[in-house]
Design a protein around this ligand. Sequence first.
Ligand code: PLP
Length: 340
Amino acid sequence: MIDFRSDTVTKPSPAMRQAMAEAEVGDDVYGEDPTVNALEAKTAALLGKASGLFVSSGTQSNLLAILAHCQRGDEYIVGHQAHAYRDEGGGAAVLGSVQPQPLMLDDRGMFDLEVLDSTVKHQPSMYHFAHSKLLCLENTFDGKVLPPAYVAEAQSLGRAHDLRLHLDGARLWNAALSEGQTPAEVADGFDTVSVCLSKGLGAPVGSVLVGGADLIEEARRWRKMVGGGMRQAGILAAAGNYALDHNLDRMATDHANTARLAEGLAAIPGVTIDGPHTNMLFVSFEGVDPTQLGEQLAKQDVLIFPGATIRLVCHINISTEDIDRALAVFGGAVQELARP
Ligand SMILES: Cc1ncc(COP(=O)(O)O)c(C=O)c1O
């Protein structure tokens, strides 16, 4: 199966499973799991922060960050299409009484900084307002890397307004590779950063929230409260350690495969392509019903999520040979389905 739906569909390799099976474990709620502790320290060091917290998912990581930064009645400012606003069940509002203040993102994942400037509630003493407390950015956004100069400007504007800064870096690794930066450089200037192990890195479970020691201690308390304190979690953390040691640099192959896919698809008549953007690319085919296309591809073991625009994601379980086979399958299916 060549599964382009997401980089969350990856399966752990035999070597990763071996590392999980052999992991040394202890009770992580007591802080006694050596494998979890090693993962937290390793991730924090990679991202240039003091402390790390192993959590079950990117959603939990973003939630804990917001809860650690904000009190009831505060607000976090976030893109209207950002995962931490649109795709996390309203967790910060539901569980923390923290109001989201969404700002319109453009298709590169950026909001207008003048709009940010005028949106911050400047007078927290005004009892009409929630207190603007936190600014959240997402990098990469739909595979697109935020320009470092934009990030720096957003950060300094946020600081000027006394905002804390959180980065949803679920795919920060891809941004770093693409920009030729270190992960720490992409994470620089943020108070907290959430990174996922279960996407391009190929681990089955988990994210790590990193930041200053006090903030991470606060997040640890919230993690327990939302039921995220896991006991012999080293079995899961071992996959994360393995992924950081073995799968980080190889993500360049995913970017190269995405470029190869884009180049090959460009030869199909009627195609419109947005990308490649790191490990993602967005396509549509004129005169082809996306649902029929999805069915046709699935019959030949190529999986997509059908839609007006189809997102294709490359990852560790898609090889360069798979790309070439998928291109042949796409070409045949579009030719068969295209209305004259
Ligand atoms: C940008 C971004 N942030 C956070 C998440 C949440 O991660 P999880 O699925 O582990 O909760 C995702 C998931 O796809 C994501 O794409």
